[in-house]
Design a protein around this ligand. Sequence first.
Ligand SMILES: Nc1ncnc2c1ncn2[C@@H]1O[C@H](COP(=O)(O)OP(=O)(O)O)[C@@H](O)[C@H]1O
Ligand SMILES: [Mg+2]
Length: 213
Amino acid sequence: MRGTAETDTTYQQLAESVVFKRTNKNVVVESFNDKQLTIAGSGRSAYVFKLHNTKRVLKVFYPPFEHLAKREAKIYKKLEGINYFPVMHASGQNYIVIDYIEGFTLFECLVMGKRIDEKVLNEVDHAILLAKSRGLNPSDIHLHNILITLDGNVKLIDVVRFEQVKQCNQWDDLKRGYYKFYKKKIFPRKMPSKLLLLIAYFYKRNLLNRFVT
Ligand SMILES: Nc1ncnc2c1ncn2[C@@H]1O[C@H](COP(=O)(O)OP(=O)(O)O)[C@@H](O)[C@H]1O
Ligand SMILES: [Mg+2]
């Protein structure tokens, strides 16, 4: 197939153009090929770049998480054909290339005051069910890993932990929080991002159980 090898080399080169720097607190990008890439987001193991003139992103895992690229690629292959997940186009030692999802994460929706409909929760449940039917154990499903596209469809990203054995309760806890707080009239229309990050911080340290149960 003409072009595949060339394209993959280009992805490889683009991934190699990304230089990371470790600071006291986290990892930041020091430089990258900014003629072809724009930062689209980052998480606890990678930076994600929009590839110019395409509808794709390049997710580059930073040290020491490079090995997760292969794991995530393998899982995306298992999810192939399920519309709730981006299509994967290529992968390498420390990167994957997947569809760019034009829209907002649930985190961004909360910060911007963009209403999250109950339908979104049902769609995520459906996506989880479909992933389970492929033998996976959907995990790490939280506000930064669920996107709503501009035409209102739901997409899940960051599937790298879908093969873990441990039970992950994040999605069930988020759903409980939705019905217990978000649906209430007094819930603020917009949430400051710092407050949301603080809630996530306490949640991860098991300090919120009392409020969400
Ligand atoms: N396919 C995509 N389309 C648009 N934005 C994305 C895409 N993938 C990731 N992002 C953005 O980048 C962030 C980090 O990506 P993610 O895959 O969750 O990395 P990590 O594994 O480090 O958490 C996401 O929260 C989202 O904001
Ligand atoms: Mg993530």
